[in-house]
Structure formats: C-alpha cells, structure tokens
Design a protein around this ligand. Structure first.
Ligand code: 1GP
Length: 252
C-alpha cells in the first residue's frame, strides 16, 4: 500500500497517528536502533527521521540502520536536499510556506527531486508552517523566516488553504523542536476545519494531555521527539500513544 494511503488508514482506524521523531544528529546509532525497536511495541505508528538543518556526515548509513531496526514505516523529514536516503519508505516533501525564503520554499526541493525519483521514494507534498512558540527555534534561525504569530489563526488558515489549492496533501503545524509552548489548539481547529487536509502537529509536546488536546482540536498526527530522545522511557512512550489514540475529536 502506498505510504500516504497507509497514513490515512491509521488516521481513520485510530482517530490520529503517533509519529516518533528521531534525529540522527542528536541521537547516536545504537540508541536510534533501540528507540525504533521500542517504538513498534509502544504504539508508535511511524518514525520520522531527520529534522536538523545541519545533517550528519553518515546520514545514509544511519537511515539504513534505522530501517533495519524498525518494523514501522520510516518517513524522512528532511531539513534540506542532502538529507535524502534510499533506505526509507517515503518522505514528507516539505515546503516552508509560512516563510518567504525561496531556498526552503522551492530551491531545496528542486535540488532533491531527481534523487527522490531515482530512489523510487514516495514523496508526500506537505505544507510546513512554523508557528511562534515563545523562543527563537532552530528552524526559524536557520531558515531566516518569521513564524506565524500564535494568535493569528486566520493567517494560518489562509496559508493552509493556499497549500491545498497548490496540491499539497498535508499541513504540518510546527512549533519547533524543543519549543517552550506547542501549537495552540484554536489554530489547529481553525486550520483543520478550513482546509480539510490532514494536519500534523509537532514541537514542544511533552505530556499526554498536551498530545490529547491537540488531537481533540483536530490534529491527525502528533510528532514527539525531544521528550523521548534521551531516556529509554518505554512506559511514557506508551502513555503518549494511548493519549493520542484514545482522544475524542471535537471538530473533524
Ligand atoms: C520538531 O515537531 C517536531 O520538528 C518535534 O518537536 O522535539 O519538541 O518534540 P519536539
């Protein structure tokens, strides 16, 4: 089954999906494999791999090891065109549409497209929107773009609708890795209802209640990285999975 269809099925069957973000720049190889194995037993639905805008030198080999250790789909979440590996199930083909920096709107995509084709990877066109979260995040600093203010739901809605009309398949509302405060529920509801695309929400989500309230607000997928990165806390991973899968949606 194509990756995007598989993700839609998860959303349909469980209400929402849980993506564990693993960043090979921040987690060593042994730990990546351990976490990938644990994830499958703890209710995680897919692994997102990548994210740092820097990129480690042996990225491809790290992805191969990660894929070998995982029974879950491994989805690339590339920070740039150098973070493309053949050893994955597909990728979020991101465009940073909240910003006005052509490098992350289209240039990196042009650089990576032919490699994606030659590897036969499934790209999922995804509108990546950075949302203000209390501090300057790495994405904001490296991309040199302004996040959408957290109280400007209308602006987020307009960006998401434009993305839909451009043919994008998903929206990613990103507060930034390690964000002080996650994306507000009101914005998630506004965007999900208005554009009707599946909404991925990530950045600064640490507690099961925070994940559950984002699902209740209309998120289709929750991304959690930092909170699970440094400890081998499988019980907590399971609690987060339960919160994401059991939440009642209040909107869509
Ligand atoms: C970052 O949305 C992801 O790109 C996850 O953020 O590391 O804060 O969980 P955290």
């Amino acid at each position: 089954m194509p990756l995007f269809e598989h993700l839609l099925k998860i959303k349909e069957e469980k209400g929402a999906g849980f993506f564990l973000l693993l960043d090979p720049d921040r987690v060593d190889g042994k730990r990546l494999a351990e976490m990938a194995e644990a994830a499958a037993m703890c209710g995680v639905d897919a692994i997102l791999a990548g994210s740092s805008f820097v990129g480690c030198h042996d990225f491809d080999a790290r992805m191969a090891d990660l894929k070998k250790a995982s029974t879950l789909p491994v989805i690339l979440f590339p920070g740039n065109s150098r973070q493309i590996s053949r050893h994955v199930d597909g990728l979020l083909f991101l465009s940073l549409i909240s910003g006005r920096n052509p490098t992350y709107l289209i240039e990196e995509q042009v650089r990576g497209a032919s490699l994606i084709k030659s590897y036969g990877l499934e790209p999922i066109p995804t509108a990546y929107m950075l949302i203000e979260s209390g501090t300057v995040t790495s994405v904001q600093f490296i991309s040199n773009t302004q996040p959408i203010p957290r109280d400007k739901t209308d602006l987020a809605k307009a960006h998401a609708l434009a993305a839909k009309y451009l043919g994008m398949k998903m929206v990613y509302l990103e507060a930034g890795s390690g964000a002080t405060i996650p994306v507000p529920e009101e914005m998630i509801t506004g965007v999900a209802d208005y554009c009707g695309l599946p909404v991925i929400v990530g950045g600064g989500i640490r507690r099961p209640e925070e994940a559950a309230s984002r699902v209740a607000a209309g998120a289709s997928f929750i991304v959690i990285g930092t909170r699970l990165e440094y400890e081998n806390d499988t019980r907590y991973m399971r609690e987060l999975a339960d919160a994401i899968h059991c939440s009642e949606k209040t909107t869509i």
